[in-house]
Ligand binder design. Structure first.
Ligand SMILES: [Zn+2]
Length: 375
């Protein structure tokens, strides 16, 4: 979502990562628990205790969100959808699907699994709280347990908002999809609901802030803005995928890309290729054999005064799977690879030989032309 992904650990084959934005959330949550939530429910404890409770509470929230996403992923995998992993980002998590659900039924079960697991976990914490209370657990422990019960119910409630791409919105989309058998239409309605709810949250946030509840209002505002943009971009994603359906990398690739030889001097490479063609990646061919690719950033690693005698071969990125797309790959999938990897240019390789080159720009131009034709 915001780019910088930090890998944490692997849980039953699912890679768990956090987005850099999550660190801000952890700090905010810990702070608001330590100075707001716990002191108001448990007065008469001391400040270090509040901070300890807040730290455990934030950790518990973190684990609860992983639990929620984990069950989405388990159900998805059972229904045959390949899952990459779980990433925690602002306001929760995303289970990374490598493709959209194939049927309304799959989507319904997948979407419902998360909130359902949160409700169960909420009841579990609540049970522990009641039991701990009856056997006389100390107040700080009870406080954290009660908070975790509460926060899991909140997680379930928030995710059940009928605002696509939240779980509740996905449930609605799956029902609409099942009814009219039209995924694009179902997504459009569900995403519109998401945008409307986002707008309501923004309004509530502004009202709260005007009324003096600055922090609470800010939360609503930020969540509202986030929901609106998520609804919009996930709708666009579905439309784009649909426009690209059935098309292959082969159909859009440039068939005779500009290539360079490995013994080319870097100064010549800059003058005759980068300044002339303005691409940022060039396949490197050694007598017709593909040996790798050279990018502007590879040249940058060599100081200017050394570029007169160093060669492309010294800096090229070897021919690896990360730079390559097969010609038969679905364009929607290729687009995903481009957006998730951050690479906008890929070599198209067939049986070890360079067949062409495909860029993000080519794909997005193709999409926008198709969309213009229709509107
Ligand atoms: Zn969920």
């Amino acid at each position: 979502m915001f780019g910088r992904k930090i890998k944490l650990f692997t849980l039953f084959g699912f890679e768990v990562s956090i987005d850099a934005s999550w660190i801000i959330i952890v700090v905010l949550v810990t702070w608001s628990l330590a100075v707001g939530f716990f002191p108001s429910y448990y007065p008469r404890l001391d400040v270090p205790t509040y901070w300890a409770m807040a730290a455990v509470g934030a950790l518990g929230l973190f684990a609860s969100i992983i639990f929620h996403e984990f069950w989405h992923s388990v159900v998805a995998r059972r229904m045959g959808l390949p899952m990459r992993g779980i990433t925690l980002f602002l306001f929760g998590g995303v289970s990374e699907m490598t493709e959209e659900p194939r049927s309304a039924r799959t989507e319904l079960w997948m979407a419902a699994a998360g909130p359902f697991s949160s409700i169960l976990l909420g009841f579990a914490f609540w049970g522990v709280y009641r039991w701990g209370d009856s056997v006389g657990w100390p107040a700080p422990v009870l406080g954290v347990t009660a908070y975790l019960a509460f926060i899991n119910f909140i997680l379930a409630a928030f995710n059940l908002l009928p605002a696509f791409p939240l779980d509740g919105g996905r449930i609605i989309r799956s029902l609409l999809w099942r009814w009219k058998k039209d995924l694009t239409w179902a997504t459009r309605i569900a995403a519109s609901l998401g945008a409307i709810i986002g707008a309501i949250l923004i309004g509530l946030g502004l009202l709260n802030m005007l009324a003096g509840a600055l922090v609470g209002g800010l939360w609503y505002l930020v969540i509202g803005i986030f929901l609106r943009s998520a609804a919009q971009s996930s709708y666009r994603q579905v439309v784009v995928r649909q426009r690209l359906q059935g098309e292959r990398v082969r159909d859009l690739m440039v068939r005779d890309p500009v290539t360079v030889a490995p013994d080319l001097l870097l100064t010549e490479f800059v003058e005759d290729f980068i300044y002339k063609h303005h691409h940022d990646m060039y396949p490197v061919l050694d007598n017709g054999r593909l040996v790798g690719a050279v990018r502007i950033k590879d040249v940058r690693t060599v100081p200017r005064e050394e570029r007169g005698w160093r060669k492309v071969a010294d800096v090229l990125s070897p021919f690896t799977a990360e730079l390559v797309l097969p010609p038969d790959m679905d364009l929607g999938e290729a687009l995903d690879r481009m957006t998730t990897s951050g690479n906008s240019r890929f070599l198209v390789v067939e049986e070890g030989r360079l067949a062409g080159l495909i860029t993000l720009k080519d794909v997005s131009t193709a999409v926008s032309v198709r969309l213009q034709l229709e509107s």
